[in-house]
Design a protein around this ligand. Structure first.
Ligand code: B1M
Length: 207
């Protein structure tokens, strides 16, 4: 019988079939579904995050690992009541208005979900009203914004102003190639250079 801690290696290897087979075996053996998530799937993804940060894993491998982890999540989630699902906080995220780039944002979403955040992904070309409505609806802790164009990153300011005007007490996490820590600070937001940085920053913001 597989040891629960060994499940993480299947995530690191991006072995979707291995995950499906072994998660099912663990469930048949009456293993606690929360432990399967925390000690197996998420612990594997934490290693992936570290390896990505250190340059020991690259985007395609991270995507495969996230896909494998999600295949396990799909099996385990129905066995857990919503309120018992581990969650570090809720993040509403999107690529801002006028910007259609989503490869990096999607990677950030996967890593945040893998780390245990509830993520509401609004997609691309997201307008102020959509961010504001989603923050209210999901009682979000963090607004995450991605921009890849110098012409669209300025829109982040409008989103932050609208949230402030609505009296929403959220934190702001931003990223994308044209952004810098200095520019982000001027916005009143925290900058993350990559997906694992986004996870570390989101954890710090919700601690
Ligand atoms: Co576009 N594009 N593009 N493009 N594109 C860039 C961004 C560009 C730098 C290329 C260049 O000229 N060298 C340039 C921007 C120049 C600028 O403004 N400074 C550019 C341009 C000009 C354009 C168009 C205007 C081209 C045209 O039509 N004339 C057009 C604009 C369309 C629009 O958005 N309105 C356009 C279109 C496209 C495609 C549709 C063809 C395609 C996007 C497909 C898609 O995303 N579904 C595309 C692509 C693929 C690129 C490049 C080649 C690659 C971007 C990418 O996916 N990188 C890009 C050049 C480049 O970056 N080398 C370019 C891989 C990804 C994993 O990295 O997105 O940086 P990245 O995400 C990282 C971090 O930035 C960070 O974490 C991610 C993962 O580690 N991060 C966050 C990102 N979001 C975050 C959010 C966070 C935290 C971290 O918190 C919330």
């Amino acid at each position: 019988m597989l040891n629960i801690a060994d499940l993480g290696q299947f995530v690191i290897d991006g072995d979707e079939e291995g995950i499906i087979e072994n998660v099912n075996l663990l469930i048949e053996a009456k293993t606690d579904p929360i432990a399967i998530i925390n000690e197996g799937l998420l612990s594997g993804m934490n290693v992936v995050g570290e390896k990505f940060k250190n340059g020991d894993m690259f985007v395609p491998e991270v995507l495969m690992a996230a896909r494998a982890m999600n295949a396990g999540m799909v099996i385990v989630k129905p066995l857990i009541a919503d309120q018992d699902m581990p969650s570090l906080g809720t993040i509403v995220i999107g690529t801002v208005k006028g910007d259609l780039h989503d490869i990096g944002k999607n990677l950030v979403v996967m890593m945040l979900e893998s780390a245990g955040f509830k993520v509401v992904d609004l997609g691309i070309d997201v307008k102020v009203e959509q961010f504001v409505a989603a923050v209210k609806e999901h009682n979000a802790d963090i607004v995450g914004m991605s921009a890849m164009l110098t012409t669209t990153m300025t829109y982040m300011q409008e989103v932050i102003k609208a949230c402030q005007d609505e009296g929403l007490t959220v934190k702001y996490l931003v990223g994308g190639a044209p952004l810098s820590p200095a520019y982000s600070e001027k916005l009143g937001a925290i900058y993350a250079a990559d997906a694992s940085g986004a996870v570390d920053t989101a954890k710090a913001l919700t601690a």
